[in-house]
Design a protein around this ligand. Structure first.
Ligand SMILES: Nc1nc2c(c(=O)[nH]1)N[C@H]1C(S)=C(S)[C@@H](COP(=O)(O)OP(=O)(O)OC[C@H]3O[C@@H](n4cnc5c(N)ncnc54)[C@H](O)[C@@H]3O)O[C@H]1N2
Ligand code: MOO
Length: 394
């Protein structure tokens, strides 16, 4: 049995080789950029008016005659005299020798003439060429996470596709004779199978969409065969159940017979003690305890960081935050505890039903409070570390 600290170190030290793929920008949300982005154009690419108004050559005159018009999209080549102005609209090309745009609210117009009532500074209301970015500049760095703003920015630069790190393909294998699909009344001794959809949803939420589910009964033969099939699909395999010490827990032996090498088995933690992690060539395997809350806790703490690392994230652990606990707590187990809890404005409440078989308070929790193995007593207002289940910042 290893400590939580050691298990997390192992995940940190595990080398992964992220794959790169080219994606349409509309499919790239939440992906990590695998290339530096060099601006192919100036932005803006021509001098643009920032207001609806009049373009002119700034001078002491206050009265101008409107001789031209420039609206957004026009490719005009207007040339103005000192007493002339062009009617202009936001986003339109500024005439080549104009140096100022006066807002229409700051003039008094009669027919084709206007008087400036509020003279702007020379150069006002014109977006210069390359004001935002200059052609040839590195404008986004490899390693950054693409959000909707970044994708809009790429579109504005004219990109249709972008190179990103590809999240791994994941196989989920659920084991257990007792498992029944939701939809029909439960048979005696059976339970509804919930881990596969739960893990699938967690994978989807955190950006892994290529997921395939497999099933196996509790025999060595069936488990071995299912692991072989699941390894043919996924870069990462998540197995649920069958990893403890019972006579019908065959996962460890079946992994061994599929030549998956064990990296660790069993962590001094609750829930999730019998977590198994190993590797076959470039594929990673986690055998998660079947108890639903154990499986999900192990997913957040160990599986997700590895998947994020594989997807190119440099901050691959879920963010941690500090909070004050609002009740007494005793840890008599000598294990590190991960407790379903609700965080609000710096205060955290530990929720009831912490047992590994119980998911109901996972549904209402937003953090996992981590109590280290050597901490026995906590009093109200003591500070604790929480794992923020709401995800990764950019
Ligand atoms: N003698 C010992 N018994 C157990 C130990 C131990 O150290 N000595 N460890 C306990 C701990 S801690 C855990 S956690 C469980 C892990 O057991 P397995 O990984 O072998 O899981 P199963 O026995 O297959 O299932 C456990 C529990 O979860 C339910 N389950 C399983 N799969 C699903 C699913 N897909 N959807 C919903 N629920 C599922 C299953 O019916 C069991 O109730 O071992 C303890 N035992
Ligand atoms: O460690 Mo187990 O995961 O408590 O139920």
């Amino acid at each position: 049995m290893i400590s939580v600290k050691r298990a997390l170190n192992i995940i940190d030290e595990t080398k992964v080789t992220p794959q790169i793929k080219e994606l349409q920008i509309s499919k790239a949300l939440g992906h990590v950029l695998a290339e530096n982005i060099i601006a192919p154009i100036n932005m803006p690419n021509f001098r643009q008016s920032a207001m609806d108004g009049y373009a002119l050559i700034w001078n002491e005159n206050k009265t101008f005659t409107v001789t031209n018009e420039s609206k957004a999209g026009d490719a005009n080549t207007i040339h103005l005299e000192h007493s002339e102005a062009a009617r202009i609209f936001t986003g339109a090309k500024v005439p080549e020798n104009a140096d100022t745009v006066v807002m229409q609210e700051h003039v008094s117009r009669i027919d084709d003439k206007f008087l400036i009532t509020n003279m702007p500074k020379k150069g006002a209301n014109i977006r210069p060429i390359g004001e935002q970015v200059k052609k040839g500049d590195c404008v986004l760095n490899k390693g950054m996470v693409l959000n909707e703003g970044g994708i809009g920015f790429l579109a504005g630069l004219g990109f249709k596709e972008v190179h990103v790190f590809s999240p791994p393909k994941v196989s989920i294998l659920v084991t257990g004779n007792e498992l029944q699909k939701p939809g029909k009344p439960l048979k005696e001794g059976a339970i509804y199978e919930s881990n596969s959809v739960m893990l699938q949803m967690a994978l989807h939420r955190f950006g892994t969409h290529k997921v395939k589910t497999f099933k196996a009964k509790d025999t060595l033969k069936a488990t071995k065969k299912a692991i072989k099939k699941a390894l043919e699909y996924g870069d990462v395999l998540l197995i649920s159940g069958g990893i403890s010490v019972g006579d019908y827990d065959f996962v460890k032996e079946a992994l061994n017979q599929n030549f998956v090498d064990e990296t660790f088995y069993k962590i001094n933690q609750k829930p999730g003690k019998p977590l198994w992690f190993g590797k076959k060539d470039q594929q990673f395997v986690f055998a998660l305890p079947g108890n639903p809350a154990s499986a999900l806790t192990c997913f957040y703490v160990y599986v997700l960081p590895l998947l994020k690392k594989y997807s190119g994230f440099s901050d691959y652990h879920l963010p941690r935050l500090e909070a004050q606990i609002n009740s007494d707590f005793k840890n008599t187990t000598g294990k590190t505890l991960f407790l379903k809890a609700f965080y609000n404005a710096g205060q955290v409440s530990i929720l009831p039903n912490q047992q590994s078989s119980m998911l109901n308070t996972f549904a209402t929790s937003n953090v996992l409070v981590t109590i280290p193995e050597n901490v026995e007593t906590l009093k109200p207002q003591d500070r604790v570390t929480c794992i923020n289940l709401n995800g990764y910042g950019n």
